[in-house]
Design a protein around this ligand. Sequence first.
Ligand code: SAM
Length: 196
Amino acid sequence: MASFLDVLFVRNKHVCPWYCCFTFDNIIRKIFHNPYRILNTLVRPGFTVLDIGPGQGYFSIPLARMVGEKGKVIAVDVQEKLLKVLNRRAVRAGVNETIEGRLVQGLNWNFDNEINFALAFWMVHEVPEKKEFLQTVYSSLKLEAIFLIAEPFLHVTAAMIEDTRQLCEGMGLRLIDRPKIFFSRSLLFKKKGADS
Ligand SMILES: C[S@@+](CC[C@H](N)C(=O)[O-])C[C@H]1O[C@@H](n2cnc3c(N)ncnc32)[C@H](O)[C@@H]1O
């Protein structure tokens, strides 16, 4: 049976509706989720980056600046409205050539060893088929690629993030850190290389 906390925080049961995104995608968030501080050491110019569930592009736009003109940010989301907002913001920020928004349905995507860095920020708990989802991310990553998962502290329990860790490790991702990210439970993985 669902606990009070499960009901209160709608744990594992919904996709965050587009009209709620402003609650966590605003100027105040920069104080506690500075995208550069979180991502700077993980992303290099020229990278192909996958931003999964980008919402309105809170991280996609800084990511586009980090990868530069020779890199690419692929932003996949299930909500068209959010991708439209993301595109408008990218145009305003002058990085729309670097960001490719893709509307997806469930798991009808795979980038087959193309990705240097993948980000799933506050979204894995919204995916009903978590194992298949993580497998899709895994097969999209190049060898040695980095994958950062951050989940909201209130929606995702310690047991839930451990389950995610175990699934990822079972696929061939090596946990390299648990970065401290405000209000989040986080896992940083590296895809094992040919000789690891
Ligand atoms: C809580 S928002 C987080 C947005 C953004 N990552 C951020 O931190 O500002 C979750 C996002 O994940 C998207 N999402 C949910 N399930 C998804 C799926 N299976 N594939 C891609 N995106 C998904 C939602 O549409 C929404 O944009």
